[in-house]
Design a protein around this ligand. Sequence first.
Ligand SMILES: [Cu+2]
Length: 115
Amino acid sequence: MRRLTLLSAACAIVLTVTALVPAGAARADDMVTIVIKDHKFEPAEVKIPANKRVTLLVDNQDATSEEFESNEMKVEKIVGGRKQIKVMVGPLKPGRYPFFGEFHEATAQGAVIAE
Ligand SMILES: [Cu+2]
């Protein structure tokens, strides 16, 4: 009897939690890191789930600042030298979304692939 009570209590908790977290909410793993090093993005192409909000963690390992920009993803944000910023993107339809570093556009080129 006691075991049954515990089990039903556990089920009730799980149901409550799942009801409180809206479907498609950003989970911890919906974060992708993009490093800036020697005015280049590493990796230059990142894959993210389509139709979801995703956090891009831009980690600038250069001493100079950069402006992370994408017209297609409608983001434009400065990241200081040796600093990190978080950029929320999406939900994006499946496709390819270029981004670039405006301060070093010749080398700082990349793309987000939503699939
Ligand atoms: Cu700009």
